[in-house]
Design a protein around this ligand. Structure first.
Ligand code: CU
Ligand code: CU
Length: 288
């Protein structure tokens, strides 16, 4: 039976408590930091050599779908009633949202060092020391909206514009792809400054602190953000049933992306899953 991923705003107090408890249990056992390490390892950009699976690549969406599934499986081994909720940031777009409450993810970082002081992931609570991907401070940081150079959350209209794309991805299948749903949603813009960050990327920028960069998984909001990205993809798939993953086959010999991106039936390391194998999630989970 498929289980349900809910909008975080609809969780009951008991559901919020169970989710937090399962996340803290994975942290205590060391499993959580394994997930952070995996993400850091696969945080590869256009400019680097070799295969890119997680970011700036067509498999951005299926790679994170599989990654969330494995995290959710770990959570459900702790508590089989838990699933990964989603954060619709077009709707819950202020620091007053219940998402940031003391009984859920805690709030913004304080002035100065941006340390999160409230909620279960505050350093002083002792349950959430940051150990992977940081050089100095071991506390969780956030800096909502980056006041020094303000960045807003994507609006409903901006998300709708991305969803209007009718082709999955386009050459050169990296952060410079001008058309296609994948890059419109991943959000590599052509403008400089804050215009570089759109949709998915802009949400990472808005939260700020550890949500910037490869170690972003250290902030548990990462999962709720990517659950919503996965929902948006799922909705797009339903609306565009014939628009399959691209590239379907290897980019041709001589293409700059040959050996750099995975085709539809190729595994996405470190997983055995392929873009084709995760295309339909409805037997495993659905969104409510
Ligand atoms: Cu990622
Ligand atoms: Cu992300």
């Amino acid at each position: 039976m498929a289980y349900v991923r809910k909008n975080q705003r609809d969780l009951t107090a008991a559901e919020r408590r169970k989710f937090v408890h399962a996340v803290l249990e994975l942290k205590r056992s060391g499993r959580y930091d394994d997930f952070v390490r995996t993400h850091v390892k696969y945080y590869t950009a256009d400019g680097e050599d070799g295969l890119r699976v997680a970011h700036m690549a067509p498999s951005f969406l299926p790679w994170h779908r599989q990654y969330l599934l494995e995290f959710e499986r770990a959570l459900r081994a702790v508590d089989p009633t838990v699933t990964v909720p989603y954060w619709d940031w077009t709707r819950d777009n202020t620091p007053a949202a219940s998402l940031w409450g003391d009984d859920f993810l805690g709030g913004n970082g304080r002035k100065g060092d941006h340390q999160v002081m409230t909620g279960p992931f505050a350093y002083a609570r002792g349950d959430w020391p940051i150990t992977v991907g940081v050089t100095e401070n071991r506390f969780l940081t956030r800096n909502f909206g980056n006041p020094a150079n303000p960045v807003g959350l994507p609006t409903r209209q901006e998300l709708a514009a991305a969803e209007k794309e009718t082709v999955y991805d386009s050459a050169p299948y990296d952060s410079t792809s001008r058309t296609g749903f994948r890059n419109a949603l991943e959000g590599w813009g052509r403008a400089s400054g804050t215009g570089r960050w759109r949709t998915h990327n802009r949400v990472h920028r808005w939260v700020g602190g550890l949500m910037l960069g490869g170690a972003s998984v250290n902030d548990p909001v990462f999962w709720l953000h990517h659950s919503f990205i996965d929902l948006v993809w799922s909705r797009w798939q339903r609306k565009n049933p014939r628009a399959g993953y691209l590239p379907a086959t290897h980019p041709p010999l001589g293409s700059s992306q040959r050996g750099r991106v995975v085709a539809r039936d190729e595994p996405m390391p470190p997983f055995r899953a392929t873009p084709a194998s995760v295309a339909d999630h409805h037997r495993l989970y659905r969104y409510e």
